[in-house]
Design a protein around this ligand. Structure first.
Ligand SMILES: Nc1ncnc2c1ncn2[C@@H]1O[C@H](COP(=O)(O)OP(=O)(O)OP(=O)(O)O)[C@@H](O)[C@H]1O
Ligand SMILES: [Mg+2]
Length: 247
């Protein structure tokens, strides 16, 4: 199963979601690989404390002779297999996104679940990766718009990303992240997304200060502080996803 995690706007929580859903499923004994599909601004490695590794996704894309396993690191605290990207500019130049598709196509047979953390917005560069995917998770930070225009802005963002998932026949789910003041109108927003756009909302995660804290130590919050509000909701969303994928 390949899941692509996308967002309309930067910083909505795509990498945090990728790291936590991967962790939750790995801790339930699935063999999980999390790939940093953001070739230009990768940061998935940071969420697992893997920011100074020798081989990365970029090494594999550049050197076809390199065994992809060399760029996969098993995170000791969670059991997630992580393929980080390189933050070095020279590694990014001349990379072919097409090779990422071929790589995912090979890796998907070795792991029960593969998460791909995508670039922000419509991921034009890595769009071919949608060919090998089964699911698209759209992460939305609803509080980036003024309260009176929430519904319109959120629907507009989701509609565009949904159109891509639909084109590749993916099963699509929405995750609302960093929910704060909008709790009161949350039910209305969820109803608008589900009824007007026809996309299920897998769940919502509150804004929780323990999230940045967990990133700083390189352990996703579901493992770092499983009792926290953010962890509990990520776990619930992970369970819904598990049901989708494995019945
Ligand atoms: N539920 C949450 N509560 C509090 N802070 C959060 C939450 N989710 C994410 N954050 C914080 O928001 C910031 C952005 O999160 P993240 O890197 O996951 O977003 P992104 O969508 O991957 O961003 P980018 O577009 O840069 O790839 C991080 O600093 C993270 O600590
Ligand atoms: Mg990110």
């Amino acid at each position: 199963m390949v899941l692509i995690v996308v967002t309309g706007r930067g910083g909505a929580g795509k990498t945090t979601t990728t790291a936590n859903l991967s962790t939750h499923l790995a801790m339930k004994d699935y063999r999980v690989l999390a790939v940093d599909g953001d070739l230009y601004l990768p940061n998935l490695g940071f969420h697992f404390g893997l920011d100074t590794v020798k081989y990365t996704l970029h090494s594999v894309l550049k050197n076809p002779d390199l065994d992809p396993e060399w760029a996969i690191y098993k995170h000791p605290e969670t059991g997630v297999h992580v393929m980080p990207g390189s933050t070095n500019l020279k590694d990014v130049l001349g990379i072919s996104p097409r090779k990422l598709v071929d790589l995912l196509d090979r890796l998907k047979y070795k792991f029960g679940v593969v998460f791909v953390d995508s670039p922000t917005g419509v991921p034009f560069d890595t769009l071919p990766t949608f060919e090998v995917a089964n699911y698209q998770l759209i992460v939305v930070e609803i509080e980036r718009s003024p309260i009176y225009s929430f519904e319109m802005m959120v629907k507009n963002e989701i509609e565009k990303l949904k159109a891509i998932g639909d084109r590749y026949h993916l099963k699509i789910g929405v995750i609302l992240n960093k929910v704060r003041e909008s709790r009161d109108v949350l039910e209305d927003i969820i109803a608008a997304i589900e009824e007007d756009l026809g996309v299920p909302v897998l769940g919502w995660v509150p804004f929780d200060n323990v999230v940045p804290e967990s990133i700083n130590v390189g352990i996703p919050v579901v493992k770092y502080d499983p009792e926290s509000d953010a962890a509990v909701t990520f776990m619930e969303i992970g369970d819904v996803l598990e049901g989708w994928m494995f019945g």
